[in-house]
Design a protein around this ligand. Structure first.
Ligand SMILES: NC(=O)C1=CN([C@@H]2O[C@H](COP(=O)(O)OP(=O)(O)OC[C@H]3O[C@@H](n4cnc5c(N)ncnc54)[C@H](OP(=O)(O)O)[C@@H]3O)[C@@H](O)[C@H]2O)C=CC1
Ligand SMILES: N[C@@H](CC=O)C(=O)O
Length: 325
């Protein structure tokens, strides 16, 4: 049986969830892939995280080159966050012939072209399913099952933290500050939650969606973006009076003449629209293709296990490729 060694950079919410799935679902993963695997090294300085996941301390390192430059690591999971040093470390791993899996949409939206080229040059893969929609397998669907379509529109709710905040403010009358703290405690929010509430995280995700669906790269900072910090209880109540809910919506469309339009902002959604029923940390992504028509994906957009599920799915794809070599 082929054996694959995995290194994880960062055992936080997502890295920890990934580690737990790889440990707890080991039998089913080995049976389905016909590959044996082991997490042989983890970069982490936080001793509490190491203990919380029952990691053998001998696996833990504080020197990233023990993973990026090790001959015996096949797959690197980069789950640190932030554009740097994550992007440089992923590039180094790829240049050293390692496959990379990452949920880091900030780094991917900023450097996808470079990362993809480095993977191609080295004959390895970079897989990014967890970058958009947490556990929702939308990117793999766009690039594989739906790849025969010309896509004309993507839209949806792409951030778990802000959807959680808007849901709890609207349905339970809780204050913005309290719900944001709750979302942080549950592991939904970014290290700096400004990225969530100002819509920056959604811009990273929409940039990735547009690159994959439309083959057009729009830097996240060029996407007109309004977050939810200006949404008040009065706005939510007024929307309810009009039979609507406020949701943070990302939209991008290609016109008949090829022109691309895109925006992110809080919008009033009629209560009978499917997006009005997408609550808490759930996300929903609509994509329209010229053959399939409209497809909607729905699921948990944030959190340790949903996001870990997407990462493990990417790891399994790589294992299957490696098993054929
Ligand atoms: N949380 C979620 O639901 C989702 C997150 N993501 C993405 O996943 C990535 C990780 O997020 P998340 O797990 O929530 O973040 P966390 O902060 O929970 O985990 C990151 C871990 O990496 C460590 N770390 C960060 N930088 C370094 C460094 N330079 N050297 C060593 N250790 C480092 C952190 O340590 P310390 O705490 O000491 O800084 C922390 O333990 C991000 O890119 C995020 O956008 C994607 C989808 C969902
Ligand atoms: N902070 C993000 C995490 C997942 O991408 C979110 O809340 O959606």
């Amino acid at each position: 049986m082929k054996k694959i060694n995995i290194g994880i950079l960062g055992l936080g919410t997502v890295g920890g969830g990934t580690y737990d799935i790889l440990r707890d679902n080991r039998d089913v993963i080995c049976r389905r892939t016909g590959v044996d695997y082991e997490v042989t090294r983890i970069l982490e300085i936080n001793q509490k995280a190491v203990e919380a996941h029952g990691v053998d301390p001998s696996v833990v390192t504080q020197n990233v080159d023990d993973i990026l430059s090790a001959d015996d690591i096949d797959i690197v999971v980069e789950s640190l966050g932030g554009i740097e040093p994550s992007s440089s470390w992923m590039l180094k791993a790829l240049e050293n012939g390692k496959n990379v899996v990452t949920p880091n949409k900030a780094a991917v939206a900023a450097n996808y072209g470079k990362l993809k080229k480095a993977a191609e040059d080295s004959g390895v893969q970079i897989r990014i399913e967890a970058c958009v929609g947490g556990g929702i397998p939308a990117l793999t669907a766009i690039t594989e099952a739906l790849a025969g379509n010309v896509f004309t529109e993507v839209m949806g709710i792409l951030n778990g933290t802000t959807n959680y905040i808007l849901t709890k403010m609207g349905d339970e009358g809780l204050s913005y500050d309290d719900v944001l703290k709750d979302a942080q405690a549950k592991g939904f929010a970014e290290a700096d939650p400004t990225a969530d509430v100002e819509g920056i995280d959604v811009a990273n995700k929409l940039s990735i969606l547009m690159a994959l669906a439309f083959d057009r790269y729009v830097p996240p900072q060029d996407i007109p973006t309004v977050g939810i910090t200006g949404v008040t209880m009065d706005d939510i109540a007024a929307a309810r009076e009009r039979g609507c809910k406020i949701k943070l919506i990302a939209k991008a469309a290609v016109a008949n003449d090829g022109g691309l339009s895109f925006e992110i902002r809080p919008m009033e959604i009629p209560l009978d629209h499917p997006l009005a029923g997408v609550n808490n940390e759930f996300n929903a992504i609509y994509i329209t293709g010229n053959a399939v028509d409209e497809v909607m994906f729905y699921g948990k957009g944030a959190g340790a296990l949903p996001t870990g599920s997407a990462i493990v799915g990417d790891i399994i794809s790589i294992m299957r490729t490696e098993a054929l070599k």
